[in-house]
Design a binder for this molecule. Structure first.
Ligand SMILES: [Zn+2]
Length: 299
């Protein structure tokens, strides 16, 4: 009985010190595993995947994936730096790869390793469309969804034992659980689906990140509609299988769009002139007010 109590107290103490905060949404999350360990397990899963994958030979599309991805990554790092999370930036070594595969899919590994399948590119008609997908994937990385999933899996599988595992050298068990969580089965590497909660959160953060990178978030509505009518392979992880139902996703995006757009969307260069002239106008007005004031003071 006493031992049980002690264990409960240790558990509560450990959980209390293992909470993280998701950037952008501010949600509290359980992070039992160190960033370094998540990164290491993610990298090994990613390199296993890349060994089995064929890099796309579609040059223009590959370049598009890299271009849009890096732009979103840069905006993301800027956001993290400006919001007191500069230390997190070092966790990301972004890579955006297009692989030869007809599935309508994309996925992200911890550390910013993002893979897009050629099949998905059939639904992409411009950079803004692609930014919907890449914003969503970068969001999974930034929200540390893999860490949370590993942590939940550890608690589920090891329960109380996890405590002793976690407070000692963790590598062995983390590696084992990572194998399960990342779905590294016998022959091939796939990423098991995130939970619906994570998918909805990635949708929202994705909208914010693409907006900050200068991509119009209005494209998200149309893009997810295209995704839902494309049929989708139900065996495909990440993108189709546990994503919130299309109707819920589209309704959520519709609800969040106006606020996200007005707060985070940085319009591309063409509107800069207007902004500048508006600023100049305001400046002139305030100057004239000032000179009025000073002339008043003088008199
Ligand atoms: Zn997702």
């Amino acid at each position: 009985m006493k031992a049980k109590h002690l264990l409960a107290i240790v558990a509560i103490a450990l959980l209390a010190t293992s909470c993280g905060t998701v950037p952008v949404t501010g949600r509290q999350q359980l992070n039992l595993v160190s960033d370094a360990e998540v990164l290491q397990s993610g990298l090994s899963a990613y390199s296993s995947f890349m060994k089995t994958a064929t890099i796309s030979s579609e040059k223009t599309q590959s370049e598009q994936v890299t271009r849009v991805g890096q732009k979103i990554a840069a905006a993301t790092e800027k956001y993290l730096t400006e919001n007191g999370l500069a230390a997190d930036v070092k966790n990301y070594a972004w890579e955006f790869n297009l692989v030869k595969d007809d599935q309508v899919n994309a996925f992200c590994m911890p550390g910013g390793k993002i893979v897009v399948y050629e099949g998905l590119m059939k639904l992409v008609s411009c950079d803004d469309d692609l930014a919907v997908v890449l914003g969503h994937e970068v969001a999974h990385a930034v929200a540390k969804h893999s860490n949370e999933r590993l942590s939940q899996q550890m608690l589920a599988e090891y329960g109380g034992q996890a405590l002793s595992v976690l407070t000692s050298g963790k590598s062995y068990s983390t590696q084992q659980i990572a194998q399960t969580v990342y779905g590294l089965g016998a022959n091939y590497a796939v990423v098991l689906p995130f939970s619906r909660k994570h998918e909805s959160e990635a949708d929202y953060i994705g909208l914010v990140l693409m907006s900050m990178a200068g991509y119009n978030p209005d494209y998200a509505l149309n893009f997810w509609q295209k995704m839902s009518t494309s049929g989708g392979n139900k065996n495909v992880p990440e993108f189709m299988s546990t994503h919130p139902s299309d109707a819920t996703r589209i309704a959520d995006i519709q609800k969040n769009l106006p606020a996200v757009k007005s707060k985070f969307y940085v319009a591309p260069a063409t509107t800069t002139t207007q902004t500048t002239s508006a600023k100049t106008k305001r400046k002139t007005t305030s100057n004239s007010t000032k000179s009025n004031k000073s002339s008043k003071q003088k008199t």
